[in-house]
Design a protein around this ligand. Structure first.
Ligand code: BG6
Length: 299
């Protein structure tokens, strides 16, 4: 990838293309609605701040920026499988999309009230077919407008056979403190407890945190909220094309086991992921496409 060609093509007021930490190429978009940075490595949204400068997402101080390793924080794209590969644990966790270099297709900073966007593409290659045998095209659009930050992942089947994917827009949100945080909107929804052999349970009341939580809420509603963002405000998470919501906080012991996660950072983050996971896999027929979308905003 030739950075100077990309700069020539897309760089203008409100849009900067350059090398970020670890020499990974990054696109930064700033407009009247806020600012967002996206790494072409993994199509990974690294940060999102509102027009008032309030950070919404969280990125670990220990995040590793190296090709072949996923980045801890922001919004990793988990695709074409969520979590560990079901048959082969040697394959990368959460699929390969987050550890591939994506192509920058288009970028606009937003000359009008509609805002701006960055569009990225990933297609199958020898490397992806060695892990997963299907031809595909992924188009990922990161739009920053009046409504907030909208992330749209389009999975197109380019082959002659149907395929099935599990996937997540694995958003890490920044919190003032996990002790005071709660997730609203999942009351009465069933979840698979990843810490209890995927046993099925029902959420009673708001989701609160005083230990490790790792749950796949199935048939989840399209709107959830987090109380207790860094700014003290409420975050709204509105999804489309998503049947599951994953809620994860590693708490103390798991935080200590992860080398790219600070020992006490669990206090300042929470993942609420827009997903199709567990039994909510999506089947995409030949020449068909599926769109997974989330709109994030501070209320
Ligand atoms: C969550 C999973 O989505 O991602 C957790 O539910 C997992 O089980 C977490 O630990 C982080 O995954 P990774 O591969 O980025 O360390």
């Amino acid at each position: 990838m030739d950075l100077s060609l990309l700069q020539e093509r897309f760089q203008k007021e409100g849009l900067a293309i350059g090398l970020g930490t670890g020499g990974l190429p990054v696109v930064a978009l700033r407009n009247e609605f806020g600012a967002v940075t996206v790494s072409l490595y993994g199509a990974h949204v690294l940060s999102y701040t509102t027009a008032a400068g309030e950070p919404v997402l969280w990125l670990s101080d220990k995040a590793v920026f190296e090709r072949s390793k996923p980045i801890r924080g922001g919004v990793p794209v988990c695709w074409p499988w969520f979590g560990a590969h079901q048959q082969d644990s040697e394959k990368p966790a959460h699929g390969f999309a987050r550890i591939c270099e994506w192509e920058l297709l288009d970028a606009h900073s937003g000359e009008n009230a509609e805002g701006g966007w960055i569009e990225l593409r990933l297609v199958d290659s020898q490397q992806t077919r060695a892990l997963w045998p299907y031809p595909f095209e992924l188009i990922y659009r990161v739009s920053l407008g009046r409504d907030g930050l909208r992330l749209t992942l389009r999975t197109q089947n380019k082959g002659a056979e149907a395929f099935s994917v599990t996937t997540a827009l694995h958003s890490y949100f920044g919190l003032a403190s996990i002790d005071a945080a709660s997730v609203l909107g999942l009351e009465g929804v069933d979840y698979l407890d990843q810490l209890d052999d995927l046993s099925r349970k029902t959420q009673e009341g708001l989701v609160k945190f005083d230990r490790e939580v790792d749950r796949i809420y199935v048939n989840a509603p399209s709107k959830t909220w987090i109380d207790g963002a860094i700014s003290g405000r409420r975050i709204e998470i509105q999804s489309q094309g998503s049947r599951s919501t994953v809620v994860w906080n590693p708490w103390i012991d798991k935080a200590k086991r992860m080398s790219d996660f600070g020992d006490t950072e669990y206090k300042e983050m929470l993942c609420v992921e827009t997903a199709n996971a567990g039994p909510d896999a999506i089947v995409v027929s030949p020449d068909q496409a599926h769109e997974l979308e989330v709109l994030l905003k501070l209320l």
